[in-house]
Design a binder for this molecule. Sequence first.
Ligand code: CO
Length: 505
Amino acid sequence: MNVSIGELKQMGREIHRLEQISALLGWDQETYMPVKAIGDRAEQQSLIQGIIHSKITDSGLGKVLNSLGADLESLDVKGDYSDTDRALIRHIARMYKKAVKLPKDLVERTAREESISQARWIDARRNSDFSIFAPHLKIILDLKRETADLLGYDDERYDALLDDYEPWMKTREIVEVFSKFQKELKEFIEKIKSSNTSIDDSFLYRDYDIEKQEAFGKEILNSMGYDFSRGRLDVSAHPFTTSLGYDDTRITTRYKKNNFKTGIFGIIHECGHGLYELGFPDKIRGTLLADGTSMGIHESQSRMWENIIGRSRSFWKTFFPKLKGYFPEALKGVSLDEFHRAVNAVLPSLIRVEADEVTYNMHIIIRFNLERRLLNEKLTVDELPEAWNHEYGTYLGIEPENDSEGVLQDIHWSGGMIGYFPTYTLGNLYAAQFYNTLKKEIPGLEAELEKGNLKIVLDWLREKIHRHGSVYSASDLCRMVTGESVNPGYFMSYLDNKYRHIYDL
Ligand code: CO
C-alpha cells in the first residue's frame, strides 16, 4: 500500500472539523441555549462523539498509519519526515491507539452523560445543593474508571486520564513537582500572613457597572492583540475559551457588579488562551497540530497574561488611568500603587478562579488529591463535600459554608474532566519559567509594558510557543524555550520578587 501523508492529513482534518462542530454545540450550551434544550443537546453531542470515534478507529486509518511508518505500540515513527509531518503522524497514531481501546457505546454514553451532568451541576450550584449533582458524579466516575481501565496505565488510573490533558506526563511526575514546592509555598503564605503590611482592597468591591466593565475589557482585548474578526466575547457560568474553527476562537467571562476582579481578569486570562489558539501558523493550519500541545502549556499562556503581565504595575501604568475614566466614582482618590497592591492582595479564599496567584495552587493541590482518591475508590461521592471542607481547613485554614462556594464551584467534574486540574498549576510553573526567559530576551521589557506595548509580548509568544502548535510535547517545548524541564524554582522566585515589594517582606 502506497499512501501519502496527504491522505492522513485529509483524514485528520475531517476529525478536527467534527471536533469543532462538537465544540460549537458545547459553546452554545454554555452561552445561549434554552434550558429545556438539554435533552436535544445531549443526544447531538453523543451522536457526534460517536461519529468522531468511528472515524478515529477506522481500520483504514490504522493501515495508513502503519504504511507511513508509525509503530502503534511505541508510537515511534520511522521514515524521512520533517518535524511537523512526523509530529502529525505520531499525534494521530496516539489518538488511534487510545480510541481503539474504547467501545463506541462507552464514548456515546460518556458524551451524553457529560452533557446532562453539566446541566445538573448548574442547577445544583444555583441551589447550593450537592445532592442534585451527586448521582451524576457517581455515573461520571464509573464511566471514567471504565475508560481508564480500558486505556491501561503504568501506576494508577489517574495516569490514563491525565494523558488526555497533559500528554505523556505521569501522575508520579506531578506528585513529585507538587510535593517539591508545596512546602515552600505554604511557608511563603505564612510569611505574607505575618507581614505587618495590610492591603486595603475595599474599592475593588464598589459599584462597577457591567456594561462599562465589558467596554473596558474589550479595550484590553484589543491591546493584547485579540482579533474580533476571528472571535467574540460572551458571558457564561464558568469562563472558557473554545475553538470552533481555525479562524474562530471564542472567549467568555462572567461579571460581578460588586467585584471588579472577576470579569476583567477573567477576560485577560481567557484572551491568553485565545491568542495561543489564534497564533498557529499556516504550516499547521488545517491539521490536528493546530492545537495547544498540552493544557499545562495552554494555561501558561492564560496565567502569564492574567497574572505576570495583567497584575503587574507596568501594565496598569497605562491601563489604570483608562480604568479610572470608566469608573471615576469607584476609584476616586485611589493611586496606581494602591490599585496595584489591591489586585495582588493575598488572602486564603474559597473560590479557586478568584484566588490570588499565591494561594491559587493550594486550590489545585486540594482538587488533585480529592479526584485521585475518588478515582481510586478511596473516597466516595457521598463523603466528598466533607472531605472537601476538611482539605480547605488543612491547606488554607478556611471552610466553605455551603456547597456552592465549596465542592460545587467548578465545572470540571460535571463535564467529565477528571485529571485536568493539575494542568493549572503546571501552567503557573511554565508561565514563570517562560517569563524568565522572555525577560532576558527582551531588554527594556518593563519600559515597553509601561507604554502599553503588549505586542512585544505577543510577538515573543508567537515565535517561541504559538507557532509550534502541538508539534513538540510540553516537556520538549519547555526545554527548547527555557533550556530545562519544568522547574518550580522559577515560580517561587517570581513570587518572592514580586511580593517582597507588595508586602514589604
Ligand atoms: Co485557563
